[in-house]
Design a protein around this ligand. Structure first.
Ligand SMILES: *Cc1c(COP(=O)(O)O)cnc(C)c1O
Length: 360
């Protein structure tokens, strides 16, 4: 925690607004808007629910084609299944580890030539806090009438050409789950420049109640709105976001320094015109087996994790189409997520790096 969270929770108690509305929610949404420059924000219970609302307000329904990054986390994908959309996964590019612009463009061209349907929406993830080529992707989507949802769950604070990620798409999500760069204990935010989309999402997030004194329903919604208590925590966390990013980036640089001259280890890249929040420091090995390294580190009580298993390799999606170039599979087979928490000291990082070097 950053320091002010308990004060804000206390404010919520003193105002006697615990849930579902209150000033902490408004202030948390304001803080996100100020930080990212996005015009409209809606605080909800999770990043997953934010993504679900994004699909609902874009009217994604049975049989609608959805393109998505294969290198992502299931929370950014599962809502497409809730709405019975048809998912097609697109592989990564080596220079950002995110969705390959080239594969995406080729697939759109190919479909146009063959008179095949284009996706209604693209979900582009900014993995591990690293921006995708989001400006180019957003232009490509606009030219072809494809909605763009940015999954910025891991990437709050990241920028592309000095513009916050989350401001390029028609809609974008952030997550404040316990493991993310900042946390509200659990929560998410849906953001958009389009105030009508956010108003509609708010309607769906509070059970789709029509404007009557009694409960009247033309449509169904969800109980997805964030509580005022949780928002108090989120608001406090926003005050330390820049500090967290600074330290995460330092941690990345410290690791990188430890491995300078070690040919075997490569670090996740950063596009030259982008700024990542370096949520996790992720490396890949040229030859070493990352699982062997992980088990060895575990013996020293150092927790590391495999790189996210791409969606096109998930048994759940064995019948889905995918456009593959081998990049995300290679990263899954050669990569390792290192401890990246801001509570670590510089000497912790040296210790971890030394243990990794012993495995090589
Ligand atoms: C964490 C995460 C989500 C889901 O967010 P929750 O708040 O945990 O529901 C979605 N997409 C990505 C890429 C994530 O890392």
């Amino acid at each position: 925690m950053g320091g002010k969270e308990l004060d804000y929770i206390k404010e919520a108690f003193e105002a006697n607004y615990i849930s579902p509305l209150g000033e902490q929610i408004t202030k948390f949404e304001e803080a996100i808007k100020n930080y990212t420059g996005v015009q409209n924000a809606l605080a909800v219970v999770s990043g997953t629910s934010a993504l679900h609302l994004a699909l609902r307000v874009l009217n994604i329904s049975k049989g609608d084609l959805v393109f998505a990054s294969s290198m992502t986390f299931i929370g950014g994908i599962a809502p497409v299944l809730y709405e019975n959309g048809e998912l097609l996964f697109i592989d990564s590019e080596i220079e950002s580890w995110n969705i390959s612009y080239e594969l995406l463009e080729d697939e759109i061209k190919r479909r146009k030539k063959a008179n095949k349907k284009l996706p209604k929406v693209l979900i582009a993830t900014h993995i591990y806090g690293q921006s995708a080529k989001i400006k180019e992707i957003s232009e490509l989507c606009k030219e072809n009438g494809i909605y763009l949802i940015e999954d910025g769950a891991e990437a709050l604070g990241a920028k592309y050409e000095d513009k916050a990620i989350g401001t390029f798409g028609d809609l974008a999500i952030y997550s404040f789950n316990g493991n993310k760069i900042i946390t509200s204990s659990g929560g998410g935010m849906l953001v958009s420049a389009n105030s009508e989309l956010i108003a509609k999402a708010k309607f769906y997030s509070t059970q789709a109640k029509e404007n009557h004194i009694y409960y009247e329903h033309l449509e169904y919604g969800y109980n997805y709105r964030m509580s005022n208590i949780v928002a108090g925590i989120g608001r406090g966390q926003m005050e330390v976001l820049d500090l967290r990013i600074k330290r995460r980036r330092e941690i990345f640089d410290l690791y990188k320094n430890e491995f300078s001259g070690v040919d075997e280890v490569e670090f996740m890249p950063e596009l030259p015109n982008s700024f990542g929040n370096r949520w996790l420091t992720v490396i890949s090995f040229k030859n070493a087996n990352p699982e062997k390294v992980r088990v060895k580190l575990e013996e020293h009580n150092i927790e590391s994790r495999p790189v996210w298993k791409p969606m096109h390799l998930q048994p759940l999606f064995k019948n889905n189409k995918s456009i593959v170039n081998g990049v995300s599979e290679k990263l899954f087979n050669s990569g390792l997520c290192l401890p990246s928490g801001t509570a670590m000291s510089d000497s912790d990082i040296k210790y971890i790096s030394d243990e990794i070097k012993k495995c090589l």
